[in-house]
Design a protein. Structure first.
Length: 255
């Protein structure tokens, strides 16, 4: 084949056989290189076109109010619940106004247990989520370190990175007098994540850190600025059914 092409080049351009052969080989190599580039772009685009799932995934620590929120949204009434070891999963319309017409869905909602031993399984659920509602107990300052650790795992999760899964950080129990402000909760989470970022960077020094390092080198971690996926924060009260910011968030992603 190369010989035939080389002969054609030789006759067309009036060059010697050696020059024609070199020219032919160069053209073939360039053609193969271009085909390889096209293939890489095509496969890369396919990866970028990965679509998020259709579920609302509720995550958070134990006793943050996840299961109560699930039943509040589904049954529109307060349900006494305890820490669950099993996920709750159901599809139902979510009423966001006074009339029946003011509703979303039916939406698939997943309430996943907050126990540490199930955390890896929770990360596996990310690919099924259209968005994540992460509940934080506004009263429980000691658990904010666990919240920061879990968020760090989410922010460096490959599915979250590729799908840019939106997260609503919902500070629950805002109706209680001991509830901390939204700003103080975010500040504390940022401090904890900055400490983790520094310690993990030291551990991973000299290794490929691309998927494990958050933020910008030389700058302190800021949740809203350095999150690898869209993130919002708000205050809600599951007990008092004060869900307006949550409804707004769901409307953004399901309307």
């Amino acid at each position: 084949m190369i010989g035939g092409v080389s002969k054609s080049v030789e006759e067309t351009f009036g060059v010697g056989s050696s020059t024609a052969q070199v020219f032919t080989v160069v053209v073939i190599m360039l053609s193969l290189y271009l085909l390889l580039q096209v293939f890489q772009v095509a496969t890369g685009s396919a990866k970028l076109r990965r679509k998020r799932g259709n579920a609302t995934l509720i995550l958070g620590q134990c006793r943050a109010g996840k299961t109560t929120l699930f039943f509040r949204l589904r049954d529109r009434e307060e349900v006494q619940s305890v820490s669950s070891l099993n996920p709750h999963r159901d599809s139902f319309p979510i009423k966001i106004g006074e009339s029946e017409e003011q509703s979303l869905g039916p939406l698939e909602v997943i309430d996943f247990p907050g126990h540490l031993r199930y955390r890896s399984r929770a990360l596996e659920m990310v690919k099924e989520a259209r968005c994540i509602v992460y509940l934080v107990d506004s009263e429980d300052k000691p658990r904010l370190k666990d919240v920061a650790e879990h968020l760090y795992e989410l922010f460096t999760n490959q599915d979250v990175l590729e799908l840019h899964t939106p997260i609503l950080l919902a500070c629950n129990k805002c109706d209680l007098s001991a509830a901390r402000s939204e700003k103080s909760i975010v500040d504390e989470i940022e401090r904890e994540m900055e400490q983790m970022r520094v310690s993990r960077a030291a551990t991973l020094e000299g290794q490929d850190q691309a998927d494990s390092y958050l933020g910008i080198d030389g700058e302190k971690f800021k949740l809203m600025e350095h999150s690898p996926c869209p993130i919002q924060t708000c205050r809600i009260s599951v007990k008092q059914a004060q869900f307006e910011p949550l409804y707004d968030f769901l409307q953004q992603h399901f309307s």
